[in-house]
Every structure is written in C-alpha cells, then in structure tokens.
Design a protein around this ligand. Structure first.
Ligand code: T46
Length: 134
C-alpha cells in the first residue's frame, strides 16, 4: 500500500526536544499547506475520504490517534503515538482517523492547497478510482 512511516530526526538537549521537517528532505513534496486537528473526542471517527492528487505527512505532535488506511485491496491500521513518527499517505488511499486521545494534536503537511474537488467522499467511487489507478 502507498504509505510509509518515517522516523523524524529529533534534536534534543538539556532544554528539551526539537524536530524540523524540510521539504525535499523529510517530505517528498513541496509543502503548500499546513493544518492541524485537535479537540476531537475519543469516540469520534473522521476522515472517510480519499484524495485524487494530494500527498500528506501526518504527525501526531501531542497525544495519540489511530489511522485506518485502505487502498481498495487491503487495509492497514497505524498508531501515531509519537511526535517522531511521520505517516506519509499518497493519493488514492482511503483514510479514517479515530481513537484520539484527549490531548491529541494531529499535524498535517500537505502537497496542495485546499481543494474540495480533490476529495473522493463516496467509498464506492473511491473503489472505482483506486482500482482503475492500479
Ligand atoms: C485528510 C485528513 C487527514 C478547510 O477549510 N481547509 C483545509 O485545509 C481543510 C483540511 C479543511 N477545511 C475545512 C473543510 C471542512 O469544513 O475544514 C472542515 C473540516 O474538514 P474535513 O471534514 O475534511 O476534516 P477531516 O478530519 O475529515 O479530514 C482532514 C482533511 O480534510 C483531509 O484532507 O486527509 O484530515
């Protein structure tokens, strides 16, 4: 499946930790947009879509959450529980985010600006797109 988990380099000293993410080095795309998700209750599931072009790096910079991934053939669950762990999700991957801890902040670096027409929000449409792409 077109996703991967990357270990981000931590720069730590007696003052605490720092992680930097640079385009072309830590993410394989130009960063056009940054957003973050927080205040999601533990029993809430969100996402339920795929993207036609968008590539994103997800980092749970505080707390934890789980990501359900589906490429139309197989599914996978990823637990994001560290600011050092980055999840790179390519296009045509269905995603659902759930099990957010109370303190979860999910940071997302995106390869494109916000564009509602890039979303595939119907699961059956997603299956058609995903299987055509393979
Ligand atoms: C994704 C997952 C991981 C904007 O106005 N600009 C933005 O850049 C974004 C991302 C959203 N919005 C608006 C659109 C909705 O009215 O914010 C509202 C919530 O967005 P959405 O329901 O799409 O949020 P999620 O958590 O279901 O999905 C988001 C991203 O949209 C999506 O690309 O991959 O996080």
């Amino acid at each position: 499946m077109d996703y991967c988990i990357t270990n981000l380099t931590e720069h730590g000293d007696s003052r605490g930790m720092l992680i930097s993410i640079e385009e072309g080095i830590d993410v394989p795309f130009d960063i056009k947009r940054i957003y973050y998700i927080y205040g999601t209750e533990p029993d809430v599931r969100r996402g339920f879509h795929s993207h036609k072009n968008l590539i994103q790096l997800l980092v749970c910079v505080s707390g934890s959450c789980k990501i359900h991934l589906d490429d139309g053939y197989e599914t996978s669950e990823v637990f994001l529980d560290s600011p050092k762990k980055g999840l790179l999700i390519k296009n045509f991957i269905w995603r659902e985010m759930y099990d957010f801890s109370k303190d979860a902040v999910l940071l997302v670096l995106a390869s494109e600006k916000y564009d509602e027409s890039d979303y595939i929000r119907d699961y059956n449409d997603f299956l058609k797109f995903a299987r055509r792409e393979k």
